[in-house]
Write a protein that binds this ligand. Structure first.
Ligand code: PHE
Length: 349
């Protein structure tokens, strides 16, 4: 398992630590520092077993390398996974986060982080107390730029516009299924509704279901039905691996454009989508908004206005380029996107 995983990963450094007081495992995967210090979010959740967590952190770190490389941002790719016990007590959380922050401090600038599934800007404040200025997206009260979700949602929205244009339809009047109404899915639902799309969403959290279900133009659907729902665009905004051998034959959408990382369970799933004639917006292009805007604002001196304009311009232009390249060369959109990222990596190597 470990041999196969680490060799196919192709990354630089994997740090593993067991957090004795909580029984959590902390995994930090630094995939590439070719373009700059390696950055990536901190994911915090229980996993069925450590193999699954390891596989996730390795793949996610690789995704971050591509995410930053495609637009030519000066960051490498990394990711951290905090594998927490299901019964982690709220009062044990700050201790775990500050010990994790100390690990980041020990890495001395080789790893920069931000929020991801299961962590928030408030958690970033706690991590930053020990990690120092290596943490993006602290709360505004703590001097950070706050929640990246709205920027990621903006990028996904622009990606949906590009996909609709490619399909020859407008966002207004289109039917979009948003899987997950969390930090990105929530603001995406709002944007789509404002743009006149008919939105159907699925979600597991009862309070989020209530927040969105009664707005005009928005309907709720049971999570197990979301993937097979008839629509123009399916937007996976929950966890990865949703596009696989089992789900792809059941899809009834014309395009897949969402914010989840690693939507394709494996590269062959990109082919499966292509064979079915479903247009796929590569995840690491469509979901770059937060990872572009926040380091832009906090490390590169961008204004929020510049960040917004840059996310819009990059996502729209790059997806159009990817759709053209994919059609002209008969390759998947995922392969086309990787080619763009790899060209930037090769220039630096
Ligand atoms: N969750 C973000 C992503 O996957 C991680 C991130 C956010 C990284 C903000 C840097 C800054 O892209």
């Amino acid at each position: 398992m470990l041999d196969r995983l680490l060799r196919s990963w192709g990354g630089e450094r994997l740090v593993v630590r067991r957090d004795e007081p909580t029984g959590a495992w902390i995994l930090i995967a630094i995939h590439s520092s070719v373009l700059g210090p390696a950055a990536g979010g901190t994911r915090m959740k229980p996993y069925p077993h450590l193999d699954a967590a390891l596989e996730d952190v390795l793949r996610l770190s690789q995704g971050m390398t591509y995410k930053f490389a495609a637009p030519g941002l000066p960051f490498g790719g990394a990711k951290a996974v905090l594998v927490v016990p299901t019964e982690l007590e709220p009062e044990d959380r700050p201790g775990l986060l500050s010990r994790y922050g100390q690990m980041i401090a020990d890495l001395d600038g080789a790893f920069l982080t931000g929020p991801d599934v299961g962590t928030s800007p408030h958690d970033m404040d706690v991590i930053a107390e020990t990690a120092g200025a290596r943490v993006f997206c602290r709360t505004p009260e703590a001097g950070g730029a706050g929640d990246p979700g709205p920027y990621t949602a903006l990028g996904v929205f622009v990606a949906i516009e590009a996909a609709c244009a490619e399909l020859g339809i407008a966002v207004a009047g289109s039917r979009v299924v948003v899987q997950g109404a969390g930090d990105v899915g929530g603001p995406l639902i709002e944007r789509l509704r404002e743009a006149g799309a008919a939105v159907v969403f699925s979600e597991l959290d009862a309070s989020l279901i209530d927040r969105y279900r009664d707005r005009g133009g928005v309907a709720f659907i049971a999570p197990e039905e979301a993937l097979a729902e008839d629509c123009d665009v399916l937007a996976p905004c929950a966890l990865g691996g949703v596009l696989n051998e089992t789900t792809i034959p059941r899809l009834r959408c014309r395009a897949v454009v969402g914010s989840a990382n690693n939507q394709l369970a494996m590269p062959a799933d990109g082919e499966r989508l292509r064979e079915r004639g479903i247009l796929y917006a590569p995840d690491f292009v469509a979901n770059v908004g937060g990872a572009m805007a926040m380091p832009g604002i906090e490390a590169l001196g961008w204004t929020p206005q510049h960040a917004t304009a840059t996310v819009r311009e990059y996502v729209g232009r790059t997806l159009r380029e990817i759709f053209v390249m994919s059609a002209a060369e008969g390759i998947t959109t995922d392969a086309a996107a990787r080619r763009i990222a790899e060209a930037h990596l090769a220039e630096q190597a």
